[in-house]
Design a protein around this ligand. Sequence first.
Ligand SMILES: Cc1cc2nc3c(=O)[nH]c(=O)nc-3n(C[C@H](O)[C@H](O)[C@H](O)COP(=O)(O)OP(=O)(O)OC[C@H]3O[C@@H](n4cnc5c(N)ncnc54)[C@H](O)[C@@H]3O)c2cc1C
Length: 648
Amino acid sequence: MGARITRRDFLNGVALTAGAVIIPAIIPPEMWAAAAADLQSEAQDVPGYYPPARTGLRGDHSGSFETMHKVRDGAFWDDAPKAVDTGEAYDLVIVGGGISGLAAAHYFRQSAGAKARILILENHDDFGGHAKRNEFRTGNRTILGFGGTFSIESPSPYSPVAKALIDELGIDVPSYPKYVSKDLYRSLGLKPRIFFDKETFGTDKLVANALGAGGDESGLSDQSGEADLRDFLQEAPLSEKAKLDFQRLLTEKKDYFPGLTSDEKKARLARVSYAEYLTGTVGVSGEIVKLFQALPHPLYGVGIDAVPAQDAWGFDMPGFSGLKLDPTPGKGMNRDSIRTPEGEKYFFHFPDGNASIARLLVRKLIPAAIPGSSATDVVLAKADYSKLDQPSSATRIRLNSTVVKVNHRGDPASAKEVEVSYFTGKKLNTVRAAHCILACWHVVIPYIAQELPDAQKEALASSQKVPLLYNNVLVRNWSAFQKLGARAIYSPGMYHSSVNLDLPVSIGGYECTKKPDEPIVVHMMKAACKPGRPAREQHRLGRIQLYTTTFETYERNIREQLARMLGPGGFDPARDILEITVNRWPHGYAYQYNSLFDPFWLEGGETPCQIARKPFGRLAIANADAGAYAYTDCAIDQAYRAVQELKK
Ligand SMILES: Cc1cc2nc3c(=O)[nH]c(=O)nc-3n(C[C@H](O)[C@H](O)[C@H](O)COP(=O)(O)OP(=O)(O)OC[C@H]3O[C@@H](n4cnc5c(N)ncnc54)[C@H](O)[C@@H]3O)c2cc1C
């Protein structure tokens, strides 16, 4: 059962309704005070300012979101300091320093010339957005991890525009096999495994993986086979009925919808969740549903209760072989489930994930900030944050700066300038620009660009992000993984649904860990969701959960889970965990449309993201949200489109 859903290694829905843009408060007001204490205006040009080396609570770290939440809740302007005009004027101000914002700066420079004055304003202490670099130090060694975006990959092929940028940055995607030690883990007997937990399955047990789950398509040669299936059936703490159901699911070739055409069957599958299909149509035991529940977490951020059966078919999940469906993608399939051979082949993983892309873009925009000249030497290059916001540089990146207002100076139809106000935690500053690209999350835009038409604001607000947790744990060694023969563990009932040893990639002088007695980064992923509810509701509740969980609780969950899974292999969290970086992403993946919850996605017509991304006066709108597609290529494509719109 070659379920391809786990590609992103560790790795949406209420229909748009008419009415006001209302996003309920998710941080109780009493938490603001505590958060505000953390909110400091950080100077990015002081010696030692180096966010990638920060551990603890990262991702959407304290200080990055509180201002915007106050703006959302209507509380910011009550006690905002008086705005100060910095006197700065730019050709372009970009809101958001993620890959879309950085790429927009690049495309604007391409068309307006290297002297074009550009300011990128970013509310986090680092650039890159979801493409986040985590660095650890142990002894005299630096170990890298990805705090967000894992790799260059996309189910569909990169567009010519996105591919051209990857080429221009010098990334030779086909050369990837040269850098990955694809046989390392297999040669040491390590494979993907499944952890059954006692709360869900009655006992804690690590067993062979017959699902292909917890594996990946990043070039490692250890896909599950016949022996894994045999071992799984022997070892799994499932009832005999569940085991029989499991085998039946893999082998049965029954047409559950006799008399329907392939299109009619797909239309039916598009309207039922995979969980309902498994229980109601195929008739398998609830134990199988529990086992499969978290399989889509890495891609959808929700479980099989909120993933359409048609999408599950697209992923080669079992239960469809007797339906004899026409292989062309059905109407309403999520783009994640329409996988193309060309898309599958285009894969590249840097040790810090796509933070390397962000860093290469920054190097192009501000060469002094990141030394070096190649796409491989960037891996070890140390960024000089003091160079990011220099008056002498045409492009400037200003961190720790939350944009709270963007408006035209005069009638948007004829104005020659926009004014952008941002808050640093202490000061409210304004700058002027001939143009502004909003490359930030779409849910933010209605609050800061209030001039936009109501229908557009409504469409922007519908783009709920998918909440995710990407935890990096530096451990003293990985001998417990070796003893247990595990390199990737799918744990459907646990807090984190996947636990993975780092992908062994050595590049640009960076050497991955190759011996089990050496330290390594263990990546633990959680999709914060509430099964049984519509996807957008699950995302909203998951977001609250991630914002309100303390680091201490995250840490306890990490320690407990590793102890339970790896304890039988001799792992002792107190002794073996050296550092923890929790990358909390309450606003994670861009929302991708889902046929269960987004009727327009089945019915056709203009989608919310098409309405949301329309240019307005001197404003253009980028970000991956503008394509409703949670991939790096989308962030690039949308940046390119936004810049082209400014030229019109
Ligand atoms: C955990 C995770 C893993 C992923 N893995 C992959 C992967 O393996 N491969 C892949 O192709 N894609 C992956 N993606 C998706 C990919 O990361 C995104 O599509 C892409 O990086 C988005 O870039 P962006 O610039 O559009 O948005 P972002 O990276 O979110 O950048 C937008 C920036 O705007 C900032 N901002 C928001 N409001 C304001 C404000 N008011 N003022 C100033 N700044 C503001 C945000 O803080 C953010 O930094 C992943 C995403 C996540 C969350």
